[in-house]
Design a protein around this ligand. Structure first.
Ligand SMILES: [Zn+2]
Length: 116
């Protein structure tokens, strides 16, 4: 997400400069104020995009929000923060827990094992 923002910013920055050079070369000299203002606006917007991208990336590294993700306890696949397993292994873990609960509980299988 941050790389998209920063590349968008750099692209806008480059586009703004190209725009300025084209207008400077071929544009109407009487419109100088106009395109200088436009270029400044483009550079301002793309510049702030870059700043936002870098600041938020820096902040997320500092605080651990955004970039830091957890890993599945079984396959080490990247998962959301706070999760223990990936989607597949979470399902597997739930299924296993249900099975365990079923076998430990008052199921038929358990009762016959206890021989009560
Ligand atoms: Zn997994």
């Amino acid at each position: 997400m941050y790389s998209i923002l920063s590349s968008l910013g750099w692209f806008g920055f480059a586009a703004g400069l190209i725009y300025y050079f084209i207008r400077d070369r071929y544009g109407d000299p009487s419109l100088v104020q106009h395109y200088v203002w436009q270029t400044q606006w483009i550079l301002l917007v793309s510049g702030s995009l870059i700043v936002i991208a870098y600041v938020s990336r820096f902040m997320s590294k500092k605080t651990g929000i955004g970039t830091q993700t957890g890993r599945c306890a079984k396959c080490r696949k990247r998962i959301d923060r706070g999760e223990t397993y990936c989607f597949d292994h979470r399902r597997e873990a739930i299924w296993q827990a249900q099975e365990k609960h079923r076998l430990d509980g008052s199921g038929k299988f358990n009762r016959s094992q206890k021989r009560t």
